[in-house]
Design a protein. Structure first.
Length: 242
């Protein structure tokens, strides 16, 4: 199967289904990560995975791991942590540091992160355009100063949120950020969170597998719907902060 090349300025994508069947999900390549291209890709179930020598490789995955925000499950242990641990969770307070922290994570089987400088720049532009959002978890130190302990970021188009990456510099920080963020996203009108690949971490929150055709149809429909309220910058929760 030949790999289509997306010309600069042409933001149309091929149908990802043949790539899922024949090419291990590699849909196409491009030489840019322009904001319009990113916005066109996600509702189709396509995302950029890595860059090599100035060429960006766009993939799709099936079946798709998704989470319906109103069905989130918070386990007993995490519920106890959420009640008792001192922390703060914010939204869009430090997008550049969240994506930078995600890029520094060592991942099994990978020599380096796919979140290179071009990815950080592209998603920061997407953030400035109002379509990429970060959620931060902060822990207080001995002096009471809040330090970034974990978080995650993703892409929002209409009522769909496409999770990208998370990190935890301190225990439970990414779990706390996610547990606080998902109900907030539901309040804003998000109806579907794309988790891409299923993991035990996400399964504990209630993620489930979705057939690709159903996922794409749902993502496309929701991407055309307006949020009930914007995803703004602010504090989602402060717990036991003195």
């Amino acid at each position: 199967m030949e790999i289509p090349f997306l010309a600069p300025g042409d933001h149309r994508f091929p149908d990802p289904r043949p790539a899922l069947a024949e090419n291990e999900g590699l849909v196409c390549v491009s030489t840019d990560l322009a904001v319009p291209r990113l916005l066109a890709a996600y509702p189709l179930g396509i995302f950029p995975w890595f860059e090599e020598n100035g060429v960006f490789f766009w993939f799709s995955i099936a079946p798709r791991a998704v989470l319906f925000p109103k069905k989130i499950h918070i386990g007993r242990s995490l519920s106890k942590t959420l009640r008792n641990k001192p922390y703060a969770v914010t939204v869009n307070r430090n997008f550049p540091e969240v994506i930078a922290a995600c890029s520094r994570i060592e991942r099994p089987g990978q020599e380096s992160s796919w979140i290179g400088p071009a990815f950080r720049q592209a998603y920061t532009e997407l953030h400035k355009a109002g379509h990429a959002h970060s959620f931060e978890c902060w822990y207080p130190d001995d002096q009471g100063n809040l330090n970034l302990a974990g978080g995650f970021y993703g892409v929002q188009i209409g009522r769909a949120f496409f999770g990208e990456s998370m990190f935890a510099a301190q225990p439970d920080a990414s779990k706390i950020a996610f547990a606080c963020a998902v109900p907030y996203l539901a309040e804003c009108g998000i109806e579907l969170i794309d988790c891409q690949q299923d993991t035990p971490h996400l399964a504990r929150f209630g993620s489930e597998q979705m057939e690709f055709n159903d996922f794409q149809a749902t993502a496309l429909r929701l991407s055309l719907s307006d949020l009930q309220q914007p995803i703004n910058q602010g504090v989602l929760r402060e717990q036991n902060i003195r």
